[in-house]
Design a protein around this ligand. Structure first.
Ligand code: BGC
Length: 286
């Protein structure tokens, strides 16, 4: 019996792309569909495009779930930031909106996290038993931190402050293009970036994704780092494949989210009780 493919959708600043994914093979089941991101990329407008993509593949995916990635921090279904998309996403109950609009299970999460999961399960970090930092170099710098195959979500190491600047504003591939930097001029910037990250996280492996990873031989060998660094394998398919993987995972583990929320609440209440019960501190003596 063949298992139905799962739809992954990757919302980006310029295009919204989707494809049903064969999760046995870790690849698209059929060609992807790409639709330009609406000029004003509000949740409502983006949801229209997402619905069109779902409709296009409806026969293949049946009533299955949809995984969606977005260039934003997403905690418990709420988009908390918005990079290259309309600012009205910030603080928005986005996952629920997609579920209501599409009438099916949706999992929404960060685009770099999706790429990280895809590389971990099917690509350059497949089966890695240690700590992997996947960095997507595009307009910004996205990061996914994966330890022993488990994603630590919403790492935003593209925004480390380095030399007084937001790192991605100095070292992303987008900055290289915008300033017309040659590889020779850009390499010290990206090297400084990875050197800072490795000094803080001590990963076992860096995986570099994003469009520029296609030309990885032009810069990866030039970087002086302690950590091995390799190009991503899934390239621009990683977001969609990771999204589909996560959708399947969520369907198979429906109670995970619930338990996280309940556990957090229980621990916060217990801590509050401890604070209330604690005897007042004696006044400090000189
Ligand atoms: C955002 C991240 C995103 C990355 C890649 C950064 O500017 O803060 O959330 O993953 O860009 O799109």
């Amino acid at each position: 019996m063949s298992v139905r493919p799962v739809l992954g959708i990757d919302i980006g600043g310029s295009g919204i792309k989707g494809a049903p994914v064969d999760l046995e093979a870790g690849d698209f089941a059929v060609d992807r569909l790409k639709i330009p991101t609406p000029k004003k990329s509000t949740p409502e407008k983006v949801a229209e495009v997402v619905a069109e993509i779902v409709g296009h593949f409806a026969d293949l995916i049946g009533d299955g779930p949809v995984g969606i990635t977005i260039p934003a921090v997403v905690t418990h279904g709420v988009t908390r930031t918005a990079a290259n998309i309309d600012k009205s996403w910030i603080g928005f109950e986005a996952e629920k909106m997609f579920e209501d609009k599409l009438g099916r299970d949706v999992v929404l999460f960060n685009d770099a996290d999706a790429a990280g999961l895809a590389e971990t399960h099917f690509g350059a970090a497949k089966g890695h038993p240690g700590l992997v930092l996947v960095a997507t170099l595009g307009t910004g710098i996205g990061t996914a931190l994966v330890h022993r195959g488990v994603l630590i979500p919403n790492s935003e190491f593209g925004h480390l402050e380095i030399d007084g600047h937001d790192a991605e504003s100095q070292a992303s591939a987008g900055v290289k293009d915008k300033l017309g930097l040659s590889y020779k001029q850009w390499i010290p910037r990206i090297e400084r970036y990875f050197q800072t990250v490795e000094a803080l996280l001590w990963p076992d492996l860096f995986v570099v994704g994003g469009g520029i990873s296609r030309d990885s031989e032009k810069f990866l060998p030039q970087l002086t780092l302690n950590t091995p660094i390799v190009p991503a394998e899934l390239r621009n398919r990683a977001g969609i494949i990771g999204a589909a993987w996560m959708a399947r995972y969520r369907v198979d583990h429906p109670n995970d989210q619930l338990r996280v929320d309940q556990a957090t609440q229980r621990l916060v209440e217990a801590a509050q009780e401890r604070v209330e019960e604690a005897p007042a501190e004696p006044a400090a003596e000189d």
